[in-house]
Design a protein around this ligand. Structure first.
Ligand SMILES: [Zn+2]
Length: 81
């Protein structure tokens, strides 16, 4: 019954790369990141999200995000240090 194994190293192309959920069960539809990938890559480093970083660096065909996830992700200040 377990279809999702989110601990896997693979990202699902059809899911939001940030929250790894699809658009149906969420309040928002997914949108394709066109420009702005570089920003996501930079932020994935800031967040130490190595899997996401490596995924983005692999130049995937498409990157899907929820607009709210992306804006939150890129705007978020670094965790207090
Ligand atoms: Zn999301």
């Amino acid at each position: 019954m377990e279809f999702h194994s989110s601990d896997n190293c693979t990202y699902d192309l059809s899911l939001c790369v940030i929250c790894q959920r699809d658009g149906d069960s969420s309040e928002q539809n997914l949108s394709v990141v066109t420009h702005g990938r570089a920003k996501l890559i930079q932020r994935s480093l800031d967040h130490s999200h190595v899997q996401l970083y490596e995924y983005l660096m692999s130049n995937p065909e498409q990157v899907l995000v929820h607009p709210s996830c992306r804006s939150k992700y890129v705007d978020e200040k670094r965790l207090s240090q």
